[in-house]
Design a protein around this ligand. Structure first.
Ligand code: IPE
Ligand code: IPE
Ligand code: MG
Length: 240
């Protein structure tokens, strides 16, 4: 499969990587096996994003609500995060990928925080692709946090603009995603980027995350390229 039309590639793609647990269960394995296999899909997606010249790729890796999972699963996910970053950091750098995180990192175990911090610092000057990892992230947490900071700074009510609010979100400086992909057939947002997806195109696929690959990524972009983004206007205005 190839992407022929290079003119309307999304600048920012966000992905809700879902279905690892079900993928593993269907194969008779435990959920953790699904998470480990999801890493390869992450690798492929980053590679594909670089190839398609996508500039921002945001991956929802762990939500605030995921802290309510069994503690063994949480521990396995945290270990996987550390081992993956340690294994991939050199290649990320080689491929000009800058790593950024959004979410409440304070809740992460110490070794995770340190590994992430180091990887973010090491890749800070890379310009090819910004890889945004959403970790211990929820949109309501992010927005509540922003409101608290804005109030603390003493802004007057008439100084509160959409731009100001955006600049207090974790995603400050990151353009809004044009395309949001969710795998595994679930059609919900699960507290992800609520503010930022006001005009994002949604793409849902039945494929579980460990089966997501370059071809699946291309399918999502092809579907995106067939959408008419009107931003409240009418079709004739868009085509004029
Ligand atoms: C997504 O897969 C990964 C995380 C949320 C960490 P799930 O673990 O949610 O897999 P399912 O949805 O239970 O199949
Ligand atoms: C959303 O997936 C969070 C991530 C992909 C990290 P979940 O599997 O946790 O979402 P729900 O609970 O099914 O909505
Ligand atoms: Mg899930």
């Amino acid at each position: 499969m190839e992407l022929k039309d290079k003119s309307s590639i999304p600048n920012h793609v966000a992905i809700i990587m879902d279905g690892n647990g079900r993928w593993a269960k269907q194969k008779g394995f435990d959920r953790i096996y699904g998470h480990s296999n999801g890493v390869e899909s992450v690798r492929e997606s980053i590679k594909a994003a670089r190839e398609f010249n996508i500039k921002y790729l945001t991956l929802y890796a762990f939500s605030t609500e995921n802290w309510n999972r069994p503690k063994e699963e949480i521990a396995a996910l945290m270990d996987l995060l550390v081992s993956t970053i340690l294994a991939e950091i050199a290649e990320l750098s080689e491929n000009d990928v800058q790593l950024r995180t959004i979410g409440n990192l304070e809740l992460l175990p110490e070794n995770c925080k340190n590994t992430l911090k180091e990887a973010v610092e090491k890749t800070a000057s890379n310009k090819g692709l910004t890889l945004v990892l959403a970790l211990s992230y929820s949109s309501r947490w992010e927005i509540t946090n922003a409101v608290q900071s804005i109030v603390k700074k003493g802004y007057k009510h008439n100084e509160i603009t959409e731009e100001l609010v955006s600049s207090y979100l974790n995603t400050a400086g990151i353009p809004e995603p044009e395309l949001l992909i969710r795998t595994s057939g679930e059609q919900r947002i699960s507290n992800f980027l609520l503010w930022q997806i006001a005009y994002t195109e949604f793409y849902f696929t039945e494929v579980h995350w460990p089966d997501f690959n370059r071809d699946e990524f291309i399918k999502a972009i092809l579907e995106y390229q067939n959408r008419e983004r009107r931003f409240g206007k009418i079709s004739e205005q868009i085509n004029a």
